[in-house]
Design a protein around this ligand. Sequence first.
Ligand SMILES: *Cc1c(COP(=O)(O)O)cnc(C)c1O
Length: 247
Amino acid sequence: MAETTTGSRSVTAQHTASPDRDSITIRLDEVRRTIAEACADCGRPAAQVALVAVSKTHPAESVAEALAAGQRIYGENRVQEAKAKWPELRARFPGVELHLIGPLQTNKVKDAVALFDVIETLDRPKLAEAIAAEQAKSGRRPRCLIEVNTGGEAQKAGIAPTEVDSFLAACRALDLDVVGLMCIPPVDEEPAMHFALLSDLARRNGLPVVSMGMSGDYPTAIRFGATHVRVGTAIFGARPVLPAAGG
Ligand SMILES: *Cc1c(COP(=O)(O)O)cnc(C)c1O
């Protein structure tokens, strides 16, 4: 996905190093208002849409500000980063729900199952098997979303739309708690058709959770049936550009 590239790198770094605390609270309010408006526009109760605040790369002080403003659902894309950041925040702020939204390597499944309440990136049979094995060992059973490659992009993770039904059946046979679907549409395409496809796949499979929409397109995702929107930049500001790596 595209990082925000407006502004010079030094401006971005400065912003991240000393976050303007008030502005996080203000932007969080704006995002909540935008969600409520998008819901009103399409006749959906606002309570049907949960905000997943994407705090990846942002320091604990920034996250604490959002926590103090009442935000409780967060998304992180790397297991290691979440492991370093969240235990302490969780001790300070009860009631947090943590979502893994980045790729999960099988050698990090143990940590992921221990840390996350929801794994949004269940994207291949090997990972399903690894989560099932860890569930049996740890007794923890995170909710899972199947990541769907709605754009059929060769380089992108996710289950092909035509394979969702059979992959879901396989996951259920492993006793995984699959509650929904997520997607990241291709950056260069109109997202609406991808959102419509994901909603339809979820509806046909009786799955209640549909995770889609980011800072640039979450009102559209809500119109197409998102139950969870994953918003980072619009709340926390631009992220420093980091090398890509799986979590
Ligand atoms: C980073 C990320 C987001 C948030 O993106 P923004 O454009 O900053 O809102 C949402 N979903 C996933 C999977 C991400 O990796």
